[in-house]
Every structure is written in C-alpha cells, then in structure tokens.
Design a protein. Structure first.
Length: 456
C-alpha cells in the first residue's frame, strides 16, 4: 500500500514536470509573442520547482532506505522513523512500515538473547564441566564447573592448560571424535573426559565434557568392602559354627565315655569312630577355610600390571591356541573373528590372558549338555572407537537375579568354585582403565565384553 502511494506520487510529479516544460516550449517556440513567452517562463519555473520537489522526495526516500538497511546490517534495532510523519502521509506510512519491521527484528533478537541466557544459566548450573574449543585452540565457552576442575578462573586458549597438567593439554590438543579418556588429575580427582565435534557456519568446534568420578568410585569402593565383609563373615561363620559345635560334641563324648582303668584310658569303639568322624569333619572345614583365605589373598594381592604395547588379535590367538584342546575335548565349536584394522592397546599380556582363560572356561562349563554348543571370541572397536573383546557362548545363561552379583568376590552359582574368577577379572580390567560387563539371556546366550577406554 505504501509502495503504491509512492509510485503514484512519483508519476504525478513526472506528469507535472512534463506538462510544465511542454507548455513552456509550446508557448515560447510556437506562439512566440510576449505574453506567451512570459507564460512559458512561468511554466518552466513551475516545472523546475516540481523537478526539485521530485529530487528531494527521491533523495529523502533513499536516505531513509539507507538508514533502514544500515540499522538491519549493524543490528541497530532501536532506531525510530517518525521525524517527518507530519510532512507527508506517504512518509508516515513508510515510517510505520520500517518501524514495524525493526520491532519484529527487535523482538526476535530479544527472544534469542533470552534463550541464550537461559542456556548459559543451565550450563553454569550443571555438575559436568563443559568446554567448547575452536579448531585453532581458542576457547569459545567454558562453564564454572570446568574452571573449577582445571583450577583456572579464565582460559582463552588450550595452550594455557600446559601450566595445569601436560597430560590434559595433550588430550585436548590431540582430539579424536567421539572418544573417552580417563585421567588421574590432581588430588582426589579422577576425570572422565568425553569429546565430540560440531560444525557451525562452516567452522568446526570441539566439545569436551569433564566429570570427576572420584566420589562415585569412593562410594562404590565402600559398598564393595561392605559386601566383601558380609561375604567373609558368612563364609567364616559357615566354617567356625560347625567346628565349634563338633568340638562341644567331642568334649561330651570324652566326658561321658572315657574311662580310667588302672593307668590306661579306655574308650568304647563306637565312641572312637565318632571321634574320628568329628575330627575328619573339622579337618575338612579347616581345609575349606584355608582355601577360602588363600582365595582372598589372591584377590587382594593382585600384581601391578606391566604395561606394554599389545596387539589384541595376537593376544586372543595365543589364548585360543592354549585353550583349543580343552574346548575341543568338551565337543564345543570354537571360533574367533577380528576387525580388518590392527587394534593395539597398552596392557599386561599375562593378566589379560588370565581374564580370557577364566571367561572361556566359564563358557565351557555353561555349555555342558547343550546341543550345538559354541564359543565365539570377537575383537573390534565400538561406536566410540573403544577397543573391545567379546566372549560369547550359547549355553545355559545366567539367571536374572544373579547377573548383578556375579562380579562380587566369592559369589558363585557353581557347585564347585571359589567365586573369585569374575571379580578378579573385573579388577584386572579396572587396572587397565577398562570395564568388564555381561549380557545374558537365560537358556539362550551369554556375552562377556572387555572394553578398553582410551587413556592418557
């Protein structure tokens, strides 16, 4: 509507100018007398005045458009167009249109700023450290939690982390997409660092999250000790109680049946057999208690890993070669699969071999009496590029209520066993900054997965 009015006004100006100069030419050239010449001069003056008004009208409109475009270009949405509202109805309409557009931009920017402030407030409140870094190393965003973790009030570039911890700087500078790192950082701080990337306006930014899991690990450790104490108390009481009871029974036998004949003690044959049987039972329970204590000693005195560069394929092949006769003897199909990529980690070959042997032997026992029994070992990398070894069997599976307990020390579902194999295996994986997990479907299959987190 505003544009149409401007268009009409320009047309009127142009028509007026054309008529004025045409009339002036006609009066001066065609008629040529004095009154006509005078009228032609007046018509020319009118045409000049109309041309001047047209020029000023267009120039003013251009200036107004230029101011409007500049206000949008430089996000100056506080500008108001109203100074010439009273001069011309057309300008008033144009001003109203410009003001309406700027108001819409102003509201949109205010909404975006509110959302941005909202997100910033959330980021500052979360208990996870967050840092966003440009490809050149400059820090775009860092929340308060991250500042507290890295002990820096301000950080503009990741190079500043060299003064805090060289290992942390190496992790952030040698960035790999969708990876996890575990770092023992400063006192009472054990960091899980996760990384990813995002492309914004053709620029790639790296996003790092920091989480201190020290307190969680401490809580888990306390819970583990509490569970261990319960199991120790249970096992020891199971051995001590019958021994104490038998001791009282044997004492009663001696008090009642033992007789003195001259200088010799006489004991009925039936009582002698009871004594032998009781002492044998005490011996068996004592041996069981000693074995239990030896198992605890093995669990609590695990040697420190001797880390070296390991090829997972070679490690698995060596272990499978060692176990192949036992698996074949059990009539179980044994297979391995490896990714095309050579996967290497830092680890202790002897300890990891111990874990694999324990898992395969458990799989053999789980497959007893199963038709078409098979054990499969897979080596590869997960979606986050973490190396893993999976041991799968199609045996009896684990009952759901036991799945959460199988890694507890001395817990076992077997008739014969100490119950420390899986707990030792889990402890070995923790020493390798990794995890040992299980998925089982009763009567279908069980998969144990050794996962190695990337560490520094």
């Amino acid at each position: 509507m505003v544009f149409n009015r401007f268009q009409l006004q320009i047309i009127i100006y142009l028509i007026g100018i054309c008529l004025s100069f045409t009339t002036a030419l006609y009066l001066i050239i065609v008629i040529g007398n004095f009154p006509a010449v005078f009228g032609g001069i007046l018509a020319s003056i009118v045409g000049a005045i109309l041309f001047r008004y047209l020029y000023l009208f267009i120039a003013k409109t251009n200036r107004k458009l230029q101011r409007f475009i500049d206000s949008i270009k430089y996000s100056d949405f506080v500008l108001k167009f109203s100074s010439d509202d009273k001069l011309d109805q057309n300008f008033k309409g144009l001003n109203n249109s410009f003001n309406a557009i700027l108001e819409a931009f102003r509201k949109e920017r205010a909404s975006k700023e509110e959302n941005l402030q909202y997100l910033k407030t959330i980021l500052q409140q979360v208990n996870t450290g967050l840092m966003v870094v440009h490809s050149d190393g400059s820090v775009v965003l860092v929340n308060d939690r991250a500042k507290k973790i890295i002990s820096l009030r301000r950080i503009k570039h990741i190079d500043e982390l060299k003064s805090v911890d060289e290992r942390l700087y190496k992790i952030l500078s040698s960035f790999s997409v969708n990876t996890n790192y575990l770092l023992d950082f400063l006192d009472n701080t054990q960091l899980i660092i996760r990384s990813t990337s995002l492309k914004i306006k053709s620029k790639t930014v790296r996003i790092f999250t920091f989480q201190n899991i020290y307190s969680e690990l401490q809580q888990k450790e306390i819970e583990s000790w509490q569970n261990l104490i319960k199991i120790l108390r249970h096992e020891i009481m199971n051995s001590i109680t019958p021994i104490s009871s038998l001791n009282a029974t044997l004492r009663d036998i001696l008090d009642k049946d033992l007789m003195l004949d001259a200088d010799n003690f006489i004991l009925p044959e039936e009582s002698v057999e009871d004594l032998k049987e009781g002492l044998s039972t005490i011996e068996n329970r004592t041996d069981g208690l000693i074995k239990f204590i030896d198992s605890y000693r093995a669990y609590s005195n695990l040697p420190k890993p001797n880390f070296e560069q390991l090829n997972l394929k070679e490690l698995v092949q060596k272990t499978c070669q060692l176990l192949d006769p036992e698996v074949s003897k059990a009539g179980i199909a044994f297979s391995q699969s490896f990714s095309a990529e050579a996967i290497k980690i830092k680890g202790d070959a002897n300890l990891l071999e111990m874990v694999l042997i324990n898992l395969v032997k458990n799989a053999i026992q789980a497959n007893e009496g199963v038709e078409n029994a098979r054990i499969e070992i897979t080596v590869g990398k997960d979606t986050k590029r973490n190396p893993f070894i999976a041991v799968k069997d199609n045996g009896k599976g684990i009952v759901p209520e036991a799945v959460d307990k199988i890694f507890m020390p001395f817990f076992t579902t077997k008739k014969v066993g100490t119950g420390i194999g899986l707990s030792l295996s889990k402890q070995i994986m923790q020493l390798h900054h990794g995890t040992l997990s299980v998925k089982s479907e009763e009567g279908e299959q069980t998969i144990f997965t050794l996962k190695f987190l990337q560490t520094t």
